[in-house]
Design a protein around this ligand. Structure first.
Ligand code: PEP
Ligand code: MG
Length: 589
């Protein structure tokens, strides 16, 4: 039938919802990173054609990189875009290109295979040299060679314009560094084959307010670049070729959700105080300094967790003292009259910074992460502490150390902080000598020595994301055992209670900055357990505020007492859910 429109059938795929929202855009598929190309011989007379394909792939990659660079420069600034300068140099690298051409003429293998092998050899040689600059080049070469290979294999967008249009990314995996580089003007959602709810990638998607679904196995094979897809971040659904009726259904759902957001906007300036007058400090978590505008826009009382490690990602060298000072000072000024809690570098685990010399480990979450890395690398730690101390003359900055597992770590960190104060003072550089120091409670050992720690700090912030993983011995990234990752496990409740009591006995306060603080299902429990501050993802702040305002703290205390008696996590969850439904059922998804 001439001119008839092909009817495409709707198809649904399910994954784990990690960031709310609905998006309907074309797909941009990022193919699996470790695509392996096998050796195939080619006849002599086709060599010129292989060379022509190689040249075309290099040109296409160059255009692709330039387009991305321009987009990033106009969206987030030329500094971030300059990381692509090094990538561009790779496509022009004569040594690499000549070596590919020589190998092709010598071995007569297809150009994809020749290129893959030469690039790998090149990386191995650079890796063996003990020089951080050259190691950084390895990351660039790997990234660029993946792009060139995709062009050779016909798996890249046919033209770079695909990157210019709003789209939803489909990928095997997405690291926190990938997420930090997302162009927010164009990326309206992402779906990955692996991942979990409390990975930093998922946490970032929530703070960027980008709908996201993880754990959708095999999806890269099912979706083509340019396919019409809708993603439902509430229910973890990807709908390929959504029908008219599906689109209408989702339009009305979007309107409903928007209405809730509008209603919540009205309470932005109100206090987060329970019905019986207990004030719960409600602050926000930020990963990147430019999220500060969301903090006030969502009515948060400052920042309860500034994850500073994101300043170290996607760059060749770590940020120097002045650069960090500018970021911290600007965040503090924007937060006034509220405060900003700056968490010192928590690198390691799923956050890998190529700007830092981090060795690969068998169990990175149990390895040289966070405060352990900083104590091993005092130069890097001191640069950050000096920047924080200098910025803190605004009098609204606090500092906290991540992943403290013993009091020696706290004392060593504090000793380095004192050293920094001494040095600044000798140099005549203004700083705040009275900065308040707190610790994150995110290891079971810290819980059990909370009474000791409380004598030497001014506050506790419970990092439930890690506390749950370490207490229940369940990897927070592993979707296979996600059912064991349980915030209402009786042991978690007991630990929170213990920390709150140890803090109270010493007259210091306890907050929660893990994802539990953003989950309004659990607000009754946390208030009942005596938590005094909740630091949530910015986008979740209005809901949490409404939840706090709807609750009676005395009733929450009773609920927590009842929950502490229970040996069943499902029952504990149900207790909290029942109160949440009764008091603010209209907010629940
Ligand atoms: C936590 O562990 O709960 C936390 C807030 O820190 P992060 O998620 O960055 O590990
Ligand atoms: Mg943590």
């Amino acid at each position: 039938m001439r001119g008839a429109k092909k009817i495409l059938t709707e198809k649904r795929f399910r994954g784990i919802p990690v960031a709310h929202g609905i998006a309907h855009f074309p797909a941009l598929v990022h193919f699996a990173e470790d695509e392996e190309v096998f050796a195939q011989t080619v006849p002599e007379h086709t060599l010129p054609a292989e060379i022509a394909r190689f040249e075309a792939a290099l040109i296409a990659t160059r255009i692709e990189l330039l387009k991305i660079q321009q987009k990033i420069a106009s969206a987030i600034g030329s500094h971030d875009a300059s990381i692509f300068d090094a990538h561009l140099l790779v496509v022009e690298d004569r040594t690499l290109i000549d070596e590919v051409l020589r190998s092709l003429e010598r071995d007569h293998f297809c150009i994809e295979y020749v290129f893959q092998e030469v690039a790998r050899r090149y990386c191995r040689t650079l890796e063996a040299i003990d020089d951080p600059y050259l190691r950084e080049r390895v990351v660039d070469i790997e990234d660029v060679s993946r792009r060139v290979l995709r062009h050779l294999l016909g798996k890249a967008p046919q033209n770079a314009a695909a990157h210019d249009q709003p789209h939803i990314i489909i990928a095997h995996n997405f690291t926190p560094s990938d997420t930090a580089q997302l162009n927010r003007e164009l990326v309206y959602g992402f779906v990955t084959e692996i991942g979990s709810k409390t990975s930093h990638t998922a946490i970032m998607a929530r703070s960027l307010e980008i709908p996201a679904i993880v754990g959708m196995q095999g999806i890269c094979q099912q979706i083509q670049i340019g396919d019409d897809i809708l993603i439902d971040g509430y229910n973890g659904l990807l709908i390929l070729n959504p029908s008219e009726s599906t689109l209408a259904e989702y339009e009305s759902l979007s309107r409903e959700k928007e209405e809730v957001v509008e209603r919540l906007r009205l309470i932005r300036e109100t206090a987060s105080t329970t019905r019986d007058g207990r004030h719960i400090v409600l602050s926000a978590n930020i990963d990147l300094p430019d999220e500060m505008s969301d903090v006030a826009a969502n009515g948060a009382e400052g920042v309860g967790l500034f994850r500073t490690e994101f300043l170290y990602l996607n760059r060749a060298t770590p940020p120097n003292e002045d650069e960090q000072f500018q970021h911290y000072r600007s965040a503090a000024e924007q937060a006034l009259p509220h405060s900003v809690i700056i968490r010192t570098l928590d690198i390691g685990g799923d956050k890998v910074a190529s700007s830092l010399d981090i060795r690969e480990e068998e169990n990175p979450f149990l390895g040289c992460r966070a405060i352990r890395f900083c104590l091993e690398n005092p130069r890097i730690f001191k640069t950050q502490l000096r920047a924080i101390l200098r910025a803190a003359t605004t009098n609204n900055i606090r500092v906290m150390y991540p992943m403290i597992s013993g009091i020696e770590e706290l004392r060593r960190a504090n000793a380095i902080l004192e050293e920094c104060k001494q040095e600044l003072s000798v140099q005549g550089i203004p700083f705040n000598p009275w900065i308040e120091v707190g610790v994150m409670i995110e290891t079971p050992s810290a819980v059990f020595i909370a009474d000791h720690l409380a004598r030497e700090v001014r506050f506790f912030s419970i990092g439930t994301n890690d506390l749950i993983q370490y207490a229940i011995a369940v990897d927070r990234l592993n979707d296979r055992i996600a059912h064991l990752y349980n915030p209402t496990h009786p042991s978690i409740l007991r630990m929170i209670k213990m920390v709150v009591e140890s803090a109270r006995a010493r007259g210091i306060w306890t907050g929660v900055c893990g994802e539990m603080a953003s989950d309004i299902l659990l607000t009754p429990l946390l208030i009942g357990l005596g938590v005094e501050e909740l630091s949530a993802t910015s986008a979740a702040v209005p809901r949490v505020k409404k939840a706090v305002q709807s609750l009676d703290s005395a009733a929450c205390v009773k609920l927590a007492a009842q929950a502490l008696e229970s040996d069943d996590s499902a029952e504990i969850l149900e207790l909290s859910r029942a109160m949440a439904m009764e008091q603010y059922g209209d907010l629940m998804d």
